[in-house]
Ligand binder design. Sequence first.
Ligand SMILES: [Zn+2]
Length: 83
Amino acid sequence: MAKKATYGSVKRFGPRYGKTVKDKFGAIEQEQRKKHKCPYCHYERVRRVAIGIWLCGKCNTKFTSKAYTVSKPPAIKVEVEEE
Ligand SMILES: [Zn+2]
């Protein structure tokens, strides 16, 4: 049996809540925590301050966008594959 990729951030939940839910949540959280591209200066320096609020570390612009991502169609793709 091949070992599937897991998201490190969901390890804090331990054995609780189930794999499918944790996989979906991990994909969203990974997208949320990574550095995003700034729509003003186009550097990948944007981090989330709060839900929907983003701050660019390069040009110091604070702006609103989506809750978990800056990019327009959310790049989150959750695949639960069966073996
Ligand atoms: Zn910027």
